[in-house]
Design a protein around this ligand. Structure first.
Ligand code: SAH
Length: 219
């Protein structure tokens, strides 16, 4: 087999797309977004070889970029449409926000670490993704100045559904979030809002870093 040039992820990317399909991701728009967004831009130099492996990887500030399958699964379950305004809590590397930016009209993403938010913002600029607003702040408060949101996705685990986020969900809106104790059993929960009625449905079992209160004191 011909040797791949350094930095060429083409075989890894092909396997990555096959893995997503084999694991059941079937939505064409979600698959296109996964194919389009270069995950190697979102992980450090030391992890370039693993950029297209189906695993979570460490990023700065002791956080992680989520496992691609979980990103794909949550994105598919969110049923994002092109006219939607989406809120993400936990920008981290910006990878999930980048995927959402290919599907929605606009994405607002809140991150408690300035270091991560700045790096994620720089990646969006490099890639020319102009419909993403990455902010530093406490995601538990959401982004009240931009509410309501058609879709909300939380990428860190909470023990209970944050009230402010339910409030900022539009009528007919959907929110996905990992719920459960740290180090214990967590599930992706789908919250749907219809008038005054709020329903919850438990989906996939997962493991996420914790949703912590307040902006980070250190960078
Ligand atoms: N979506 C990210 C995954 C990041 S891991 C990606 O695609 O790379 C979860 C992120 O949530 C971490 O960066 C963590 O700092 C952030 N986080 C945790 N609690 C938060 C809070 N209260 N407000 C905002 N961000 C928070």
């Amino acid at each position: 087999m011909a040797k791949q040039p350094v930095g060429d992820n083409s075989v890894g990317r092909m396997q990555f797309m096959l893995t997503m399909r084999r694991r059941g991701i079937g939505d064409g728009a979600v698959l296109r977004a996964l194919d389009e967004v270069p995950r190697e831009h979102f992980v450090g130099h030391e992890f370039q070889d693993a950029a297209y492996a189906d695993q979570a990887l460490p990023i700065a500030c002791g956080q992680t970029i989520s496992q691609p399958y979980v990103v794909a699964y949550m994105t598919e379950q969110l049923r994002v449409r092109p006219e939607h305004k989406v809120l993400e809590i936990g920008a981290g590397s910006g990878y999930q926000a980048a995927i959402l930016s290919r599907l929605a009209q606009e994405v607002v993403s809140v991150e408690r670490y300035r270091t991560l938010a700045d790096a994620a913002r720089a990646r969006m600029q490099t890639l020319g993704y102009q419909n993403v607003d990455i902010r530093v702040g406490d995601g538990l408060a959401g982004a009240p100045d931009r509410a309501p949101f058609d879709r909300i996705i939380v990428t860190a685990a909470a023990e209970t559904v944050p009230d402010a986020l339910v409030e900022q969900l539009a009528d007919g809106g959907v929110m996905l979030l990992p719920l459960g104790p740290q180090g214990g059993v967590q599930h992706i929960v789908k919250v749907t809002k219809s008038g005054a009625e709020v329903q919850q449905e438990e989906l996939l079992g997962v493991r996420f870093v914790p949703l912590l209160p307040g902006p980070a004191r250190e960078l």
